[in-house]
Design a protein around this ligand. Sequence first.
Ligand code: AHR
Length: 328
Amino acid sequence: MSTRRTRTIVAALATVLLAGSMAACGNSDTGGDGGDGKIVLGFSQVGAESGWRTANTTSIKEAATEAGIELKFDDAQQKQENQIKAIRNFIQQKVDVIAFSPVVESGWDTVLKEAKDAGIPVILTDRAVDSADKTLYKTFLGSDFVKEGRLAGEWLVEQTKTATGPVNIVELQGTTGSAPANDRKEGFAAAIAANPNLKIVASQSGDFKRADGKQVMEQFLKANPDIDVLFAHNDDMGLGALEAITAAGKVPGKDITIITIDAVKDGMQALADGKFNFIAECSPLLGPQLMELAKKVDAGEEVPARIETEETTFTQEQAKEALPNRKY
Ligand code: AHR
C-alpha cells in the first residue's frame, strides 16, 4: 500500500472522529488532496532574487500542471523563518509530499523531524542542507555547486597561465550561508590555488541580486584600483557589476575579465556581447524531475539519495551559438 494511501486512511479516520468538533468550530479545512485523488505537493521557494530563480519557479509550476500534481507554492522572500513556517503549514494541511530549496544550509533538523514524524516525505531541490541525519529527507535534486566554482577557477587558471605578475580577483558571493555561496567559493579557491599569481583581493556577498552586485562592485572599485578579474557567484550580480564597471570608466570583458555562474538569457547575452568572459552553467529546469520524484516518494518507491543536474560551460563563442535556443 502506498504511503499516501496509508496517510489518506489515517487522515480519513481522523476526519470522521473530528468531524463534529470541526463543524462546531466552523473549520472547513479538508487538508491534503481535498478528495480529488491528485498528489498534493507543498513547495517552499527561496524567493525571486534572480533570473535563475524566476526560471526555476516557472519550471516547477509548469511541470506540476503537466504532471497533474496539485502544487501549494510558497515564496519565502529569502527568509529561513518563512520557509520553516511554510513547511509547518504544509504539515498541518497534510500535503502528500513537501519539497523545498533551502535558503541557507543550517538549521533545518527540527522542522524536518516534524515532517518525518508526520509521515510526509521531503525532497530537497536546488540547494542542500547540512543535517547529519540523512533520513530526514528522501533525496536531493540539484547541481554540484563545488564543481561549478571549480570549472570557473580552472578556466581562469588556463587563461592566466602565462601571467608573470599578480592577477587581482574580486569575488561577489551569493547569499551568506547558502549552499551555492559556500560551495562555489570553495570550488573556485581550490582551482585557483594551482597558480600562486591568482589572488582574491576582496570577497563580499551581493545576495545573488543585481542591485547588490552593483553596489558591492562600486565599493570594490573604490578600494582596489587594480582589479583584473571579477568572479560573481551568479549572472545577476555580474550584470549589476557591469554597470558599476562601466560607470567607473572601465571596459567589462576587457579591462576586467568577468566570470559568472548560471547562464540565464541575460547573462548569455552579456557573454555573447563580449562583456562577460566565461559562464559555468547552473540549470534551473528542475520541475519535471521534481514531479517524477514526488510521484515516486508518494508511492513509497526508493529513489537515489542524490540526483545531480547535468550542466556545461560557455565561452563567448559558445554563447553566441547557444543563445537563439536558450529557454530561460
Ligand atoms: O541556488 C541556485 C542559485 O540561486 C543560483 O545560482 C542563483 O542565481 C540563485 O539565486
